[in-house]
Ligand binder design. Structure first.
Ligand code: DC
Length: 232
């Protein structure tokens, strides 16, 4: 069976990665969380103190870029890929609120984007990939056979994210989560380089009132009809 590229874009906490993982597992495709890559660079920025009171030292970050090595390694027991920053597993560290509050600023730097986009395109060369992010259908894989654009109300997203963080033992208030989500929405969709927007050929999925199963069935039907149309 022919393999396709599936690009999933959308606002923060719309469940892009959950859907992408489900699809990759079902189709036996590679899953890449491009947001994890931006988060790992943001973690590097924090660890090297390249940001102070929300002001990023862009020049030094650009200087350091050749020293930032990112890789995904498959964890057999978790049955999932984990991200490594310069050889260190940072899969949990990149989910902290501190990283969440820094990442959108880091993601505005064109030199950072160029380096990560090149890596993402390399990973997707052989197709059979599901990648989620903000610019996957517009910049990384403009020729992707299937493009999805996920949305949900800010309130629903904040509630889901708050529950998720609570479950993983991270202490945070609902207001802080909502605030982070709305400010990331703004930064992600208004930045100059590769802003988040729905490309014309993307299919919008608003999952405010959809269960995970309903969403998966709906998207799987889209994938199957695409696969059929290209094999015929
Ligand atoms: O998907 P996420 O919330 O983990 O992504 C974290 C941040 O990274 C998000 O606020 C914007 C940025 N990002 C981006 O600019 N481009 C991507 N392809 C993926 C993420």
């Amino acid at each position: 069976m022919k393999k396709i590229t599936i690009a999933i874009d959308g606002f923060s906490s719309t469940g892009k990665s959950t859907l992408a993982k489900q699809l990759a597992q079902k189709l036996q495709y590679v899953y890449v969380d491009s947001g994890a890559m931006y988060r790992a660079v943001a973690l590097y920025v924090l660890e090297h103190k390249l940001i102070a009171v929300k002001v990023l030292d862009k020049a030094t970050l650009i200087d350091h870029l050749p020293r930032i090595n990112l890789a995904f390694r498959y964890n057999e027991s978790l049955k999932a890929s984990e991200i490594y920053l310069n050889g260190v597993n940072v899969n949990t560290a990149i989910r902290s609120m501190e990283v969440s509050n820094t990442v959108s600023t880091v993601a505005t730097v064109p030199e950072v984007r160029q380096q990560l986009v090149a890596l993402q395109q390399h990973m997707g060369k052989a197709k059979g990939i599901v990648m989620d992010g903000r610019d996957i259908g517009s910049v990384v894989f403009p020729d992707a056979e299937l493009k999805l654009f996920m949305t949900a109300s800010a309130d629903k997203r904040a509630q889901r994210r708050f529950e998720e963080l609570k479950r993983s033992g991270i202490e945070v208030t609902y207001e802080a989560v909502l605030d982070n989500i709305t400010s990331r929405d703004h930064l992600d969709s208004t930045r100059k380089d590769s802003p988040l927007f729905k490309v014309n050929d993307a299919i919008e999925i608003d999952n405010s009132n959809m269960s995970l199963d309903e969403q998966f069935e709906k998207v799987l039907a889209l994938v199957n009809s695409k696969l059929q149309s290209i094999t015929n």
